[in-house]
Design a binder for this molecule. Structure first.
Ligand SMILES: NC(=O)c1ccc[n+]([C@@H]2O[C@H](COP(=O)([O-])OP(=O)(O)OC[C@H]3O[C@@H](n4cnc5c(N)ncnc54)[C@H](OP(=O)(O)O)[C@@H]3O)[C@@H](O)[C@H]2O)c1
Length: 314
């Protein structure tokens, strides 16, 4: 497993982390024992970076992750990231929300505290939220500050509001199928030295090669109604998925490993694929420790640019 620093001053994390949204139940019910085995498999595969959020199952994901880390006795070896929802960004709410997270995670401090999304309906100034975040660092309850789903202007404002700390990361949707971050965010983050933590890096499983246009289940989880999994869109991405399969077959890798590797060829990126079973974690960890050849990277780049997903579905 290879490691990358978050931002200029953050912790060193495995370039493949583990996302734990699926522990919250939105992907279908997942029991604690399975969650613990997923965490164990991740740790054994060299993963040290675990991402959760308060909203994942209203704290359930945080509880499962914290309990698993405690039972496995790995607290000192891992970097734990959680998030405060965009509705709770007033000064007092940020602090109160963190108390709940620490309690559920069973931790004294969170390694990376991220603002899950910017305040949308509440009109809370970014500077107020950042003052709370910085005070939490001062109190020793948060080690590093991160953002999520922040556009360039708000990311810059967040950084400018901080007096002592720096933003180490912005967690954003990024995969071979969703590349909008490349338009504005990624270039600016490169200038500022802010790491991009890629969420849904497997496009919720669409890039793993296990779903085909002939075999598209009727999802009863977060993917229900997701445009990516509508048959007409899935047919559009099929050339790309076939290329992931072919490159994988040539290099002794799986399509999921190739799709994650494509993102990791950018040194500013770390990925946090979700996994519902230990085998998936082990497989995803195998995206680290090798390189795509330039021609392979370019082919995937070209095929992915040619995909035009129809997001407007009604
Ligand atoms: N900040 C945000 O707003 C935000 C939003 C979304 C997600 N996230 C974070 O990003 C993490 C990952 O995103 P995500 O879970 O949405 O999508 P993802 O990582 O792209 O896809 C995860 C799903 O793909 C399937 N899968 C994973 N590894 C596989 C493998 N090796 N082979 C075959 N199938 C595999 C699994 O579902 P099946 O087996 O059922 O197909 C799994 O639940 C989340 O856990 C969360 O931590 C953050």
């Amino acid at each position: 497993m290879e490691f990358r620093r978050l931002g200029r001053s953050g912790p060193r994390v495995s370039e493949v982390g583990l996302g734990t949204w699926q522990f919250g139940g939105a992907w279908g019910r997942l029991d604690y024992e399975t969650a613990r085995e997923v965490v164990r498999a991740a740790h054994e595969a060299g993963v040290n970076f675990f991402d959760t959020a308060q909203v994942y199952g209203r704290g359930r994901s945080e509880e499962f992750l914290g309990r698993a880390i405690a039972e496995l006795g790995i607290r000192d070896e891992v970097v734990v990231a959680t998030k405060v929802p965009g509705e709770w960004l007033r000064y007092r709410d940020v602090k109160r929300a963190l108390e709940g997270s620490l309690r559920r995670l069973g931790l004294d401090a969170v390694d990376l505290y991220q603002v899950h999304w910017p305040a949308c309906w509440e009109n809370i100034p970014v500077s107020e939220t950042m003052r709370a975040m910085e005070d939490l660092v001062g109190e020793g309850l948060v080690r590093h500050i991160g953002l999520s789903n922040f556009p360039v202007c708000l990311m810059e404002e967040a950084q400018a509001s901080l007096r002592r700390e720096e933003i180490v990361s912005n967690q954003l949707q990024y995969s071979l199928l969703v590349r909008d971050v490349e338009k504005e965010l990624l270039p600016r983050m490169r200038e500022l030295g802010i790491t991009l933590i890629a969420w849904s890096p497997l496009a919720k499983g669409a890039l793993t090669g296990k779903y085909t246009p002939e075999n598209l289940p009727e999802f009863k989880d977060v993917r229900e109604g997701d445009p990516l999994f509508l048959r007409e869109n899935f047919l559009r991405i099929w050339e790309l998925v076939k290329a992931l399969r072919e490159i994988g077959a040539r290099r002794g890798k799986t399509p999921a490993q190739v799709a994650l590797r494509w993102l990791l060829e950018d040194p500013l990126v770390v990925v946090i694929p979700g996994a519902r079973r230990p085998e998936q974690v082990r497989e995803n960890a195998g995206a680290s420790g090798w390189r795509l050849r330039r021609k392979e990277w370019e082919l995937l780049d070209r095929l992915s640019r040619a995909v035009e997903i129809e997001w407007v579905t009604y």
